[in-house]
Design a protein around this ligand. Structure first.
Ligand code: SAM
Length: 293
């Protein structure tokens, strides 16, 4: 079997395989091994895990994950040009690398790849948030059994929304659902020049570690409904923003012990969870349905 040092550099790979980036696939490549090693380190120990990389592209992060000792690495890639590059990498990695040529949005990672799993990826810019929401649904159903952790590169603005705490202007629906299910850590930022081609904005790596149990015992559907309503008009006081729900806003806020003059962004995840619990209880008693916002 060949050794890693016999592989051509990532720059040579990208030009040999005629890999001009495709905007439609959100392609911004990382060709600096120092950076891809840093991302791999954020994911912690990989030696006991089936590591999943979405969109390996020219394979910089892929190489770092293999070198970091991933027990087995599954790559899911839509672009056939990158699959050819992965086939070459497989000559070095052997059975430790499994290549899945397909759309990550149509791949059920839980059914396809055995636990324990960690995801590590520089996500396509245009589909990162949708992918995260799918995996959070898996975490809701299976908890830590779904994924031990998810180390993900997003546009900086999206990463900031995921980790933002209450009172922060970036705090919203994505922060609440992510933090209700996972401990969310901001790892580091990268400027546009770190990528080929450079995107218009900076990026950031974050790590989500699923909790054993969600922060508050309430259904995801109930929490999403209340949070969507509360943040739907985020500048309004809660007693106005929550109008049109199955339970009258003032009754709901009183039951939850929340001041109706506050705004959604002032409530932490626990308090929003309590609001959702109270709403579910009141709605069950009244049998009324919410009006859509
Ligand atoms: N990991 C590489 C790196 O860091 O250089 C490439 C990252 S690039 C931001 C995103 C990668 O995701 C590209 O290789 C792209 O082809 C791939 N991709 C885009 N949409 C995808 C999808 N729906 N399913 C699987 N891969 C996808």
């Amino acid at each position: 079997m060949k050794e890693f040092f016999t592989l051509p550099s990532l720059k040579r790979i990208a030009s040999a395989y005629a890999l001009p980036a495709r905007k439609s696939l959100g392609q911004h490549f990382l060709l600096d091994e120092g950076i891809t090693n840093q991302i791999a380190r954020c994911a912690g120990d990989l030696t006991l895990y089936n590591v999943i990389e979405i969109g390996p592209g020219p394979g910089g992060l892929t190489r770092s994950l293999l070198k970091a000792g991933a027990k087995k690495l599954f790559v899911v890639e839509k672009d056939a040009r990158c699959i050819a590059i992965m086939n070459q990498l497989q000559e070095v990695a052997g059975a430790r690398l499994e290549i899945i040529h397909g759309d990550a949005l149509e791949t059920d990672l839980i059914k396809t790849i055995p636990a324990p799993r960690k995801i590590v990826a520089n996500l396509p810019y245009n589909a990162g948030t949708v992918m995260l929401l799918r995996w959070l649904e898996d975490v809701y159903v299976q908890g830590t059994e779904a994924f031990a952790s998810l180390t993900l590169m997003f546009q900086k603005e999206v990463a900031e929304r995921i980790v933002a705490g209450h009172g922060n202007r970036n705090y919203g629906r994505l922060s609440v659902i992510s933090q209700w299910l996972c401990d969310c850590r901001y790892d580091f930022e990268l400027p546009p020049e770190a990528f080929t081609p450079p995107p218009k904005v900076s990026s950031a790596v974050i790590t989500l570690t699923p909790r054993g149990k969600p922060l508050v015992d309430v259904s995801k559907d109930a929490l999403e409904k209340v949070v969507a309503k509360a943040f739907g008009q985020r500048r309004k006081m809660l007693r106005q923003a929550l109008r049109g729900m199955a339970a009258p806003a003032d009754v709901l806020l009183e039951k939850a012990g929340i001041d109706g003059t506050l705004r959604a962004e002032q409530l932490d995840v626990m308090t929003l969870g309590r609001l959702a619990q109270c709403h579910a209880e009141l709605a069950a008693v009244s049998g009324k349905k919410d009006r859509t916002p």
